[in-house]
Design a protein around this ligand. Sequence first.
Ligand code: UDX
Length: 440
Amino acid sequence: MRMTVVGTGYLGATHAACMAELGHQVVGLDTDQAKIERLTAGEVPFYEPGLAELMQRQIIAGRLEFTTDPARAVAGSQVVFLCVGTPQKHGEYAADLSQLHGATDTLAPLLDQPCLVVGKSTVPVGTAAALAERIRQLAPAGADVELAWNPEFLREGHAVDDTLRPDRLVIGTASGQAEKTLREVYAPLLDAGVPLLVTDFATSELVKTAANAFLATKISFINAMAEVCEAAGADVSQLSAALAYDPRIGGRFLNAGLGFGGGCLPKDIRAFMARAGELGADQALTFLREVDEINMRRRVRTVDLAREQAGGSLLGRRVAVLGAAFKPESDDVRDSPALHVAAAVQLAGAHVRVYDPQAMANAKRTFPGLSYAGSAQQAVEGAHVVLLLTEWQEFLDLDPAGLGSLVAERRVVDGRSCLDADRWRAAGWTYRALGRPRQG
Ligand code: UDX
């Protein structure tokens, strides 16, 4: 099938390449000329394992191209995927839908043939119904242009695999024709046994928001337990491991530590609260405010641990920060807990040096006031305290004895409880982690 993918960020670029991989003829559309030029050259403008190789293969095979020209992008397309960003509004909790509205208003007037518009962006419930109406009004083909909602659940760092081997496909539509078209689009996945759920617009929008709210809640639950563990002298890592044996609870997303960040979970729970308020259902989601607050408190607690490790004051101390991305296998620093902590430690008077294996360029752009090092070793040189804030494998592989010879003092805060505490202690380090006793 011939299709257009609108927006070439993490979601759109991955979706476009994966649709080509399924055998479709795909055109990626974006307003950013520089980005389109890089993508056309087979270069992915962000770090996502496996995506560049897949993209280059599909470009060479002639199944994938990119353009900034909307008319060229949609000409002859049977399916138009909307993959633009829906960030948090500046100074508000609500989602900013301006990119989605902009894309619809640009593209709908060009749709003069029957086609299916498929929304994939994460949106407040009710958005799809309003967009369907807008498209019907603007599209020359009128009611022959239908809308379906098909939320995306991909994780950064696993985007290709999550798209080609999703846990489930969810489609919101009342139209048999739309369902038939999407069954054709995803035929190879359905043949491989991926479950498909067909529902209405509102439910399909909510599936995505509810999934992210649940994941955020799970993380904040274990982080709340970490707070209790700290007060009671218990160990949240062992608590979490023991809880995980219960299959009703499960061990995934039960890692206590610095908490969640990134371009999705924080803004999605806030947009969800804002939307529930508009709908008069705000009481149902007041717990998400707690989820958000527990999450943000972990960052404050990490700064406190750094201060304790520095002997009571961070003023004039040298602090190495290992990790800037909001999670490993990503160069994304949006709402990154690591950078938030780095900035707070600097504000408390410390000399901070940050290193991340992939996110240096984005970190420097977002936090130009911090100092950066070219390697973990360089970052820790002469440090009084080392903060490990993103659990990259490269940091897990560090030799605590070797690193110990570079620092001024062997003091580490493990913000992700990912290091082997015994090994670090054996190498002479004072090891501290959130939710875990001083010695253990
Ligand atoms: C998330 C959802 O997982 C995905 O389904 C959705 O499509 C987009 O949002 P992503 O933002 O890529 O994906 O990251 P995710 O892997 O969910 O991690 C989010 C944050 O939670 C990270 O900062 C991570 O460090 C943190 N986290 C995760 C924890 O603190 N503890 C955990 O146990 C798991």
